[in-house]
Design a protein around this ligand. Structure first.
Ligand code: ATP
Length: 334
């Protein structure tokens, strides 16, 4: 049986990009009898970018309610919050001691931050960079290796981290015995990467996103705000690289997409594209949106689900970590 694992950072409100790129395909995968799925709220990861306790707390509820509202069956998958699994930070430390510093020096996120400092003419290339940002690929490795996931669905930008996870696992296995399964990244070229309101990748931390469960009115308003070029309505339009078209495609049926493609070629005003986009997005989200609103009224229920999920996850992680501890020579009190 395959084990699939995916996490969402609890640094804000889930958006259309998270849904299309991660949550929707993950929920679909969890329905497959041959798949063991581990889905988690990555709250330790959220501390890297977000130092606002209220936001992190709220986001835990929002992200959890999102998965539940979209129909995740928690009997068929293991759904938990990262920080509820104390074995994860413990494994992180053990792996940290097996990870070459040079490997972390090469991590894209760290390198990008250094480059930004250099471009801004800063004297200190590490200005504002925490050890959390620097070493989070190791935390990510622990997330994955803890449950011996063999398939990790990721965006293209994350494949390097999977390489690092394999690197770390290999080094550990070589030294202490074959404990970890080698995970593989699965990049699904057909899942769209949605563009945000400002033309950059839609992201919680850019504040350029459309909340997945924005009330209908706001959803319409936000879709109307998506930046477009200044082509006149009757001009034929390019679908390739068009953010509106990409988003439409992520929500519409193949027939609707073919029809929209023809209208692009014939010339269509952006206002009409946006109106149709709103219709397809809204049609798909109207029902779970109501469910989400109900769930958010009932945080006790959400916490109960997370508690059960943590217990289920720990039934695996606790004995597994004991074996890892023993393999490096650290005793576990009985
Ligand atoms: P942050 O800004 O806190 O990093 P984020 O909104 O970029 O958050 P994550 O929580 O890091 O998203 O990612 C969760 C999942 O959502 C990942 O699998 C990621 O590939 C996917 N995802 C994030 N943004 C998009 C997007 N714009 N389009 C498609 N998928 C996305």
């Amino acid at each position: 049986k395959m084990t699939v694992l995916t996490g969402i950072t609890t640094s804000g409100t889930p958006h259309l990009g998270n849904y299309v790129g991660a949550i929707r395909p993950a929920i679909e995968a969890s329905r497959d009898e041959n798949v063991n799925s581990y889905y988690f709220l990555a709250d330790f990861h959220s501390l890297i970018k977000c130092h606002d306790p209220a936001r992190i707390h709220q986001s835990r509820l929002e992200v959890a309610a999102t998965w539940l509202a979209l129909g995740l069956d928690t009997n068929k998958s293991t759904f938990y919050c990262q920080s509820d699994i104390p074995e994860i930070p413990e494994l992180t430390w053990i792996l940290t001691c097996m990870t070459a510093k040079g490997l972390m020096n090469r991590a894209h996120a760290y390198k990008a931050a250094v480059q930004e400092n250099e471009e801004n003419g800063s004297q200190d290339p590490d200005k504002g960079i925490t050890m959390g940002l620097y070493s989070y690929p190791i935390l990510m490795a622990a997330d994955i290796l803890m449950f011996n996931a063999n398939i990790v669905p990721v965006g293209k930008d994350q494949t390097q981290h999977l390489e690092m996870t394999r690197d770390i696992a290999q080094r550990f296995n070589h030294h202490f015995g074959e404990h970890f399964v080698m995970p593989e990244a699965r990049v699904d070229e057909s899942t769209a990467v949605l563009t945000g309101l400002d033309g950059r990748k839609m992201s919680k931390s850019y504040n350029n996103y459309i909340p997945l469960f924005a009330p209908e009115k706001n959803l319409r308003k936000l879709i109307m705000k998506i930046t477009t070029n200044s082509q006149a309505p009757e001009e034929p339009k390019e679908t390739e690289g068009c953010a509106l078209f990409e988003m439409f495609r992520a929500f519409a049926t193949p027939e609707q997409v073919a029809d929209m493609r023809a209208r692009f070629a014939a010339g269509i005003g952006w206002g009409y594209v946006k109106q149709d986009l709103f219709e397809v997005v809204n049609a798909q989200l109207a029902e779970p949106r109501e469910k989400y609103a109900e769930l958010m009224q009932n945080p006790e229920y959400i916490e109960k689900v997370l508690k059960e999920g943590a217990e289920k996850a720990r039934a695996y992680s606790r004995p597994f970590l004991d074996r890892i501890r023993a393999s490096v020579g650290i005793k576990t009190l009985g």
